[in-house]
Design a protein around this ligand. Sequence first.
Ligand SMILES: [Cu+2]
Length: 332
Amino acid sequence: MPEAAGTKAHSTTTPPADPGPDRSGLRLGLFVAGLVFALIGGFGIGKLTADGTQPADAASAGGGMAMNTADPNANHAHAPGTAQHDHGSSGMTAMAGAELGGLSLSGSGYTLVPAATEFTAGKTADFRFTVQGPDRQPVKQFAVVHEKQLHLIVARRDLSGYQHLHPTMAADGTWSIPLTLGAVGMWRAFADFTLVDGAGAQIAATLGTDLVVAGDYRPVALPAPAREASTAGFTVTYEGTPTVGATQPLQFRVFRDGNPVTDLEPYLGAYGHLVVLRQGDLGYLHVHPDEQRVPGTVKFWVAAPSPGNYRGFFDFQVAGTVHTAEFTLTVT
Ligand SMILES: [Cu+2]
């Protein structure tokens, strides 16, 4: 019995013509198409507004590569260096994008080039790298996004040891930061940035590299899923259920001694930052908070790319100190 045309089974038995070697172009196009509608991943395209406030944009760039010059919503085209998307939260539920970043050294012709990737457990050493462009020269132009030109996230592959760092760039385009990897194992470093290309276009990317601490590796089991975590005398809870194929709110609340903390401070241009890493490949989602804020609470919009286990790292600032609450989330 012949299969009905257009069914999935049919299409898999008659694959489309080979797209040929220029698949990367297609892939980029898909990224671009997905970007504008994606909420997830990266610190997003663009930068803070001139007065330093957080753009209404909680919808940030896809975790891969994205070029705002391809924004189909050209009727609100952004001035160079001030790219903002003002889709507002109402449109978010229609957005299904959940691109993961950080899975590759390279994308769209740009490559993360670490100077060295071997570290000694517990010994601080400079981590140096460049982002090389299609011309194989270090990129030197980066847009400020969330108050920094580049955000470096580091975690061991068992999802322990999270760090959120801000390297500095030398005039030659070399980024560096003192880095301490506290335990033996394979680690992952994510460089999350928006570069400005020669034509002035902004390209958001999260590129990743492994870092190695040789020795007797003792992996830490992923903690069980929980809706409450404690750090430095604070208790943090979250509500909401991450879902595949739909963007859902996750609302975090911070308590101290059982009372809501009402003096959360802006940290990097927002009242909280959330990085979510997928267990298994450390696919990287960076999610931004809603601009609407109830004191003591921070709401994010999240679309899960797949079922599985994730570790969420919620950064918040109180009294000038940044704290991180960690959660295991299981998406079914
Ligand atoms: Cu950062």
